[in-house]
Write a protein that binds this ligand. Structure first.
Ligand code: NAD
Length: 496
C-alpha cells in the first residue's frame, strides 16, 4: 500500500516506523498509509530549512516573486490532479475542491506582489543630515500546522507569503488527507524554489510538539480546532515564538422578517451543507426573527433540502460529500441525537442517509433542526457536519445578544432588506467576519482572515496584509555619514 511520506530538502522522504490509515471517505475504505514523522525526521526538516535560510533571505525579492509566478501557473496546470487528490481523501465534491484551490491560488497571486509589500518606510532628514528607515526582515524558519478541511487552501494561506518574504518553511499538514498538500509543495521545486526552503513533514502530536519546542523555529501559524489552537498558542508563545492560532466556529445567520426569503434559503442551503458543513465559515445556526419568519424558513428549507444530493467526490452532480471519518460521522449523528433528546424538533433528518453504491461511505444527510435553545450541547459546540439548527427569537437585539454571547466569533451574516438594521448589525456584532446578504464572508486574499473571541488566539490574522506583518520583523535603521562639517563633540543629553 502507498505510504505518503515527507518532502525534505527538495526530496521525497519516508520514515515508515509509525503510520496511520488514510481513508477514502466516499467508500469507507483505507486507501493509503501516511508516515508519522519521528522527532528526528522533523529535526532534519528544520535543519534543512535553517541551512537554506541565509541564501534565500539574500535572494533578490524579484527572484523570489518569480518563483511565485511560476508556482501559480503550475497550480493552474495541475488543478484537476489536485482536486482529485482532495476528493479521494477529503471527500469534497470536485466543483467545491476547485473553489478551494482557486481561493488558495489567489494567495499565491498576492504573494507575487511581495516587492511592493516589502518596500518599507523612509524618513529623510529625521535629524540633522540623519536619515531613518524601517525595513521588514524575514524571521528565519517558520512553520504551519493545518487542518483536514482545506488541505490545499489553508496551507496556501501560509507558506507562499512566508517564503516570498524570505523565510524558510516547515509545514505539518493534516494526517487525515495529506496527499494534495504534499503534491502541491513538490510543485514549488518545479517552480525553481531552492531545496530546503519549503519542507513538509506528515505526522501527529510528535511532529507538532517538536516544531513547538525547537529553538530554531521562529513562528507558528496554526489552523484547526479551538482546543488544539489554544494549546498551540500557549506552548509556542511560552517557548518564545510568534504565534497565530485560528480555531473553531459556530456561525450564525440572522434571518430578518423583511429578508428576501427565497434568496436567504438558497444561500443557507449552500453555506450550511456545502462541503458537508466541514468549513470553519459554514453557517450552522439560523436565527429567525419572529415565528412567522421561522415557520416560513423551515417550510422553504425543508422543501429545498429534498433536492440536495449527497454522494461521491468525483461526480459533479453531487452537492456535498461524506464527512472525513467514521468517528466524525458518529459524532455528528450524536449531536443530532442529543438535540432531539434535549427537546428540539428534527425537521429534516439525515441520520439514516444511504448513498447507493457507497453504502460504507461516511455520509450524513442534510439535517434541519428547529426549536433549538442556547442551553443545548448541540448549540454550544461546533458540530462540523451538514446540520443547520434554527433558533427562534422575537427581536434582532435578542438575535445579536446570543451571537455576542457565544464563545466563538468567526463569521456571521444577516439577511435583510433594511440598510439601517444591516449597518447596526455589522457595527455592533462581536464577530470577526461579517456578511450582509453574503453567507460565507471569507475575505479576499488582499484582505486578511480571522475571527474574534475563541476563534483566534494571537494578534495578526491569516493571509493578506497581516501575513506580511506576521512573517517579517521590523528593523529601524538611523544613519548619518559624518563629514568635517557635522562632526560633534561628546553629548550627554538624550538626542532630540
Ligand atoms: P484539529 O485541531 O484536529 O487538527 C489540526 C492540526 O492539529 C492537524 O495538523 C493535527 O495533526 C494537529 N493536532 C491535532 N491534535 C493535536 C494535538 N493533540 N497536539 C498537537 N497537534 C495536534 O482540526 P481538524 O479536525 O483537522 O480541523 C477542523 C477544525 O479546524 C474545526 O474546528 C474548524 O472550525 C477548524 N478550522 C478553522 C479555520 C479558521 O480559519 N478559523 C479554518 C479551517 C478549519
Amino acid at each position: 500500500m502507498t505510504i505518503v511520506g515527507h518532502f525534505i530538502n527538495g526530496e521525497a522522504r519516508s520514515d515508515s516506523e509509525r503510520t496511520q490509515d488514510v481513508y477514502n471517505p466516499s467508500t469507507g475504505e483505507v486507501s493509503k498509509q501516511v508516515a508519522l514523522a519521528s522527532k528526528e525526521t522533523v529535526e532534519e526538516a528544520i535543519a534543512a530549512a535553517q541551512a537554506a535560510f541565509p541564501a534565500w533571505r539574500n535572494t533578490p525579492v524579484g527572484k523570489r516573486a518569480a518563483v511565485m509566478f511560476r508556482f501559480k501557473a503550475l497550480l493552474e496546470q495541475n488543478a484537476d490532479k489536485i482536486c482529485q487528490l482532495i476528493g479521494d481523501e477529503h471527500g469534497k465534491i470536485c466543483h467545491d475542491a476547485a473553489g478551494e484551490l482557486q481561493r488558495g491560488i489567489e494567495n499565491v497571486e498576492y504573494a507575487c506582489g511581495v516587492g511592493e509589500l516589502l518596500k518599507g518606510e523612509h524618513s529623510k532628514n529625521a535629524g540633522p543630515q540623519i536619515d531613518s528607515w524601517s525595513e521588514f526582515q524575514p524571521l528565519g524558519v517558520v512553520t504551519g500546522i493545518t487542518p483536514f478541511n482545506f488541505p490545499a487552501m489553508v496551507p496556501l494561506w501560509m507558506y507562499p507569503m512566508a517564503i516570498a518574504c524570505g523565510n524558510t518553511f516547515v509545514l505539518k499538514p493534516s494526517e487525515r488527507d495529506p496527499s494534495s498538500t504534499l503534491f502541491i509543495a513538490s510543485l514549488l521545486k518545479e517552480a525553481g524554489l531552492p531545496d530546503g526552503v519549503m519542507n513538509v513533514v506528515n505526522g501527529d502530536k510528535v511532529a507538532v510538539d517538536t516544531l513547538l519546542e525547537d529553538k530554531r523555529v521562529q513562528a507558528v501559524s496554526f489552523v484547526g480546532s479551538t482546543h488544539i489552537a489554544e494549546y498551540i498558542y500557549t506552548t509556542a508563545t511560552a517557548n518564545g515564538k510568534r504565534c497565530q492560532a485560528l480555531g473553531g466556529a459556530k456561525n450564525h445567520a440572522i434571518v430578518m422578517p423583511d429578508a428576501d426569503l427565497d434568496n436567504a434559503v438558497n444561500q443557507l442551503l449552500g453555506a450550511a451543507f456545502g462541503s458537508s458543513g466541514e468549513r470553519c465559515m459554514a453557517l450552522s445556526v439560523a436565527v429567525a426573527v419572529g415565528d412567522a419568519t421561522a415557520d416560513a424558513l423551515i417550510t422553504k428549507m425543508s422543501e429545498g433540502m429534498k433536492a440536495l444530493k449527497a454522494g461521491e467526490a468525483s461526480d459533479k452532480s453531487n452537492d456535498f460529500g461524506p464527512v472525513i471519518t467514521r468517528a466524525h460521522q458518529q459524532k455528528v449523528v450524536g449531536y443530532i441525537d442529543s438535540a432531539e433528546k434535549d427537546g428540539a424538533t428534527i425537521a429534516v433528518d439525515g441520520r439514516e442517509v444511504s448513498v447507493s453504491g457507497y453504502e460504507d461511505g461516511f455520509f450524513v444527510g442534510a439535517t434541519l433542526i428547529d426549536n433549538v435553545t442556547t442551553d443545548m450541547v448541540s448549540y454550544k459546540e461546533e458540530i462540523f457536519g451538514p446540520v443547520l439548527q434554527v433558533i427562534r427569537v422575537d427581536t434582532m437585539e435578542e438575535a445579536m445578544a446570543l451571537i455576542n454571547e457565544h464563545e466563538y466569533g468567526n463569521g456571521t451574516c444577516i439577511f435583510t432588506r433594511d440598510g439601517e438594521a444591516a449597518r447596526y448589525f455589522s457595527d455592533n456584532i462581536q464577530v470577526g467576519m461579517v456578511g450582509i446578504n453574503v453567507p460565507l464572508p471569507v475575505p479576499v486574499s488582499y484582505q486578511s482572515f480571522g475571527g474574534w473571541k475563541r476563534s483566534l488566539f494571537g494578534d495578526l490574522y491569516a493571509y493578506g496584509p497581516d501575513a506580511v506583518k506576521f512573517y517579517t520583523r521590523r528593523k529601524t535603521i538611523t544613519q548619518r555619514w559624518p563629514s568635517s562639517g557635522v562632526r560633534e563633540g561628546v553629548n550627554f543629553s538624550f538626542p532630540s
